[in-house]
Design a protein around this ligand. Structure first.
Ligand code: PLP
Length: 450
């Protein structure tokens, strides 16, 4: 007797997968009819393969989430083992994987952020963090920066500061945007990091005063803004924001959905500034994105607000055992394999010097910036005017050609407007990282030369 196959159809047939995708799958953020998505048939470590058999170095970590690379054996085994034991259980029950994931996360969060509310991803983590801040303070407004991304749900997209907000910017109240520091394109005409820091803080204090401190529940910011351009804040900025929050009774929410879990060479990016926020939101790297998971790490003071008063929020899959088992295995692997230290070394020894060398060589590079495995290459058509190689919120033939040349050269780049981000798995070896930079070098030579 032959065993019944798991699926009726061959799910590994790439051509069938492509046809069905085009017939039935509605994709994120896209004009559907214009899409020609890549079929990924296989992935391993820092590489993935398309349906034509091309091997690509994944310099994107997908959407900056496969921090441990593809198919990490410990995480795959954890999901298998948990599935064999208990696939799922409702949030109200205790589950070993969830309890241990919460303990491990709390062991790495700064300060007294020792309680974890689990969500399905980053956007809902931010929604819940803001809800907690509003109930804790009894205030309503939320301040967030331009050049930020906080998620695709209604409130999260409204506090977002990138063009994805524009068509969704309705139906919410009390979301106020301010300018964060960004020396290369300083909104304050600053010429030094110190000036940028001081002026950005003065600007924020003025926004607080003019909006009314008595109305502001929270300031939410990415500790290091990610998709918006990996702008590492100048020394003192985050400490200054913390001080303003303390002075005006405002909850500080650090969105670490992209920058957290080792990406910057620290467990959380806010550690670079030695600042403890009131809430940290996380997702992506917490379990390398193998199963959807996000959450909010909560300070003792905010926890106390809900100690004897029900928290009015929840999700069917809060703390899903498969996702939490993947988180336990991910965090343990990161600890055991020195992944965070390796990410820091990648930045110091390969990406920092390597990208600065590319900037010396290629006129199109206006600036490189970043830390750990979290770097942006800002491309400009004119170094003096800093004219971006693609407009804010758009693309250009040059950026499209660069993307194509990178893929043709065997490296999948993370491209946003006029920037290429080098954000590979934290487990990427030095040799692989150098290989990716060499592809970028050749792509720049080829396209700029043309
Ligand atoms: N916050 C940040 C900083 C992000 O980068 C993202 C996603 O890229 C989100 C929130 C939203 O996370 P999710 O897509 O899991 O909802």
């Amino acid at each position: 007797m032959t065993a019944t196959p798991t699926f009726r159809q061959d799910l590994t047939d790439p051509d069938r997968a492509y046809e069905l995708d085009r017939a039935h799958v509605f994709h994120s953020w896209s004009a559907q009819a214009q899409l020609d998505p890549m079929v990924v048939t296989k992935a391993d470590g820092s590489y993935l393969w398309d349906r034509h058999g091309n091997r690509l170095l994944d310099f994107t970590s997908q959407l900056v989430f496969t921090n441990l690379g593809h198919q990490h054996p410990r995480v795959v085994a954890a999901i298998r083992e948990q599935a064999a034991t208990l696939c799922t259980v409702a949030p109200a029950y205790v589950n070993g994987a969830r309890s241990e994931a919460a303990r491990l996360i709390a062991s790495h969060t700064p300060g007294d952020l020792n309680r974890v509310f689990f969500t399905n991803g980053g956007a809902d983590a931010n929604e819940h963090a803001i809800r907690m801040a509003r109930l804790h303070t009894g205030k309503h407004k939320v301040l967030s920066t331009y050049r930020s991304y906080h998620g695709g749900t209604q409130l999260a997209i409204n506090v977002t500061g990138d063009p994805r907000r524009w068509p969704n910017d309705n139906g919410s109240t009390g979301n106020v945007h301010f300018f964060g520091p960004f020396l290369y394109r300083s909104p304050f005409n600053a010429t030094t990091e110190e000036e940028e820091c001081q002026r950005a803080l003065a600007h924020l204090e003025q926004v607080i005063a003019l909006e009314g401190a008595s109305t502001i529940a929270a300031i939410i910011l990415e500790s290091i803004p990610g998709t918006a351009g990996i702008m590492v804040p100048p020394p003192g900025y985050l400490a200054g924001v913390r001080e303003l929050c303390d002075r005006y009774g405002i909850v500080l929410i650090a969105d670490e959905v992209m920058a957290g879990f080792g990406r910057t060479g620290r467990w959380f990016a806010i550690e670079h500034a030695d600042v403890v926020p009131d809430l940290i939101t996380f997702a992506k790297g917490v379990n390398s994105g193998y199963v959807p998971l996000g959450g909010v790490a909560i300070s003792e003071a905010i926890y106390s607000t809900f100690a004897d008063r029900a928290y009015p929020g929840g999700l069917t899959y809060s703390g899903h055992p498969l996702a939490c088992a993947a988180a336990v295995a991910t965090i343990e692997a990161m600890e055991d394999e020195g992944v965070v230290e390796h990410a820091a070394a990648l930045g110091e020894q390969v990406f920092g010097p390597g990208l600065r060398a590319l900037a010396e060589k290629h006129e199109w590079i206006g600036e490189v910036r970043g830390v750990g495995a979290f770097w942006a290459v800002e491309l400009v058509s004119d170094r003096a005017t800093k004219e971006p190689l693609a407009p804010y919120g758009g693309s250009s033939p040059e950026m499209a050609a660069l993307t194509k040349a990178c893929v043709g050269g065997g490296m999948l780049p993370f491209v946003n407007f006029n920037r290429i981000h080098t954000v590979p798995p934290l487990t990427t070896s030095f040799a692989e990282a150098r290989e990716g930079l060499a592809v970028l070098d050749r792509a720049l030579t080829e396209v700029a030369g043309a």
